[in-house]
Design a protein around this ligand. Structure first.
Ligand code: FEO
Length: 396
């Protein structure tokens, strides 16, 4: 299932790898549609450059693609991001092309030295706005920190108006065409990717978005997923996702062991719906973490449901709460519903796990055993509290 080089523009080729089979990224992020590691070859009149490498498991495909294009000499490897799914093949490329220099910023070079032991003399350092001429093709470099690590940058090919963005604007999606077929499926994959990779850095992504929006971009060529020939498709989606607007939605990740928490969640969902609020329950024993992450992109409120296990939060719920904390969604309100048998401190434990999120914690609904009439009234109170707050923050 290897794909050979694909011509994108005169002297510009995709030479990456489709990873149809990969199902986990960073050993916890689900990849239901696989992914790709896009690497691009630029043939100038005088110099030849490669933009980003591929995952080390796929370096053989990259080398074969370079061979297929007859690349005998490579002058530069631009490294937009040090993470190994893009940089892991660089040592092999440097070995095959002893004259090649790794072109990157100082922070990325430092990481590449630590992660891949690339020697000092193989680097050519660049900074914000610097240019590199290939002969008829000119590269410009712009620093875009925290998209996805602190060293990330993008590379702009001026003459062809192609912006190489590495992780930024990517999608974990393996396809037999490198060009985007814009539609709901791609938007979902891009949103899932944003939620899992970019959402924690929403405010810096917003600044990066402003920076790249000033460039005259014809193609956006990320290093995961398809190339956008219509940049506004992905730029507009990002503007929406990184904006401050929240939707009239409540995300409810939960676990129930013996039915009490399930009953609470079920009743609560009904009361939210009666109040015109969209509810998105996620049974954590069956849910895809990526679906939960996507739901967190827009929702105004997150209510976590848990039974007490011994004296604390259910371990699956604690894991999900930790993921919520890592992803730092823009939700304005948090709360909890839960059931216990004899006693413990699960509210405090959950609050401690979520500490640092800039959201108001609304009074939770905590029930001893299976819910009674008063407990259902409390769920209605929580639904009312949420409605009242949503009316203040959700734009209609
Ligand atoms: Fe695709 Fe942050 O690496």
């Amino acid at each position: 299932m290897q794909m050979g080089p694909i011509r994108m523009a005169p002297g510009v080729y995709w030479v990456g790898s489709m990873d149809w089979d990969r199902r986990l990224f960073d050993e916890f992020i689900p990849l239901p549609d696989g992914t790709s590691y896009n690497s691009y070859l630029l043939k100038g009149e005088e110099k030849v450059a490669l933009i980003d490498g591929v995952d080390p498991t796929k370096e053989g495909e990259l080398m074969e693609n370079l061979e297929a294009l007859g690349v005998k000499r490579l002058d530069y490897i631009v490294s937009n991001h040090a993470e190994q799914d893009h940089s892991g093949a660089i040592p092999r490329v440097l070995e095959a092309y002893p004259e090649a220099k790794v072109v990157t910023n100082a922070k990325c070079a430092s990481l590449l030295k630590d992660l891949l032991h690339i020697p000092d003399d193989r680097f050519l350092l660049v900074g914000e706005g610097d240019e590199l001429a290939l002969g008829g093709k000119t590269l410009e470099f712009y620093l875009t920190p925290w998209a996805h690590w602190p060293e990330t940058m993008v590379t702009y090919l001026k003459e062809d108006r192609i912006l190489f963005t590495c992780d930024l604007f990517g999608a974990h999606l393996a396809t037999s065409s490198i060009f985007a077929e814009e539609g709901d499926r791609l938007l979902d994959d891009a949103k899932r990717y944003y939620a899992e990779i970019m959402m924690p850095f929403r405010m810096t992504i917003r600044r990066n978005l402003e920076k790249v929006s000033k460039l005259d971009v014809g193609f956006i060529a990320p290093s995961h997923g398809p190339v956008y020939r219509n940049p506004s498709f992905i730029l507009d989606a990002y503007r929406d996702w990184v904006g401050d607007d929240v939707k009239n939605e409540v995300v409810i990740p939960y676990v129930s062991m013996h039915g009490s928490t399930r009953k609470l969640v079920s009743y609560f969902v009904g009361k939210l719906v009666e109040r015109g609020i969209k509810a998105k329950p996620f049974n954590l024993t069956k849910s895809d973490l990526g679906e939960l992450a996507m739901a967190l992109v827009d929702a105004a409120t997150v209510v976590i449901g848990t039974p007490m296990v011994l004296t604390g939060v259910h371990p699956l719920v604690l894991y999900a709460a930790y993921v919520v904390k890592l992803l730092r969604p823009k939700a304005r309100f948090l709360s909890m519903i839960g059931s216990y048998g004899w006693g413990g401190r699960f509210v405090e434990q959950l609050q401690e796990t979520l500490k640092g999120l800039k959201a108001e914690f609304i009074k939770p609904v905590i029930v001893k055993g299976y819910p009674r009439e008063d407990d259902f009234k409390e769920l209605e109170r929580l639904a009312d509290d949420i409605k009242e707050r949503h009316e203040l923050v959700v734009k209609r």
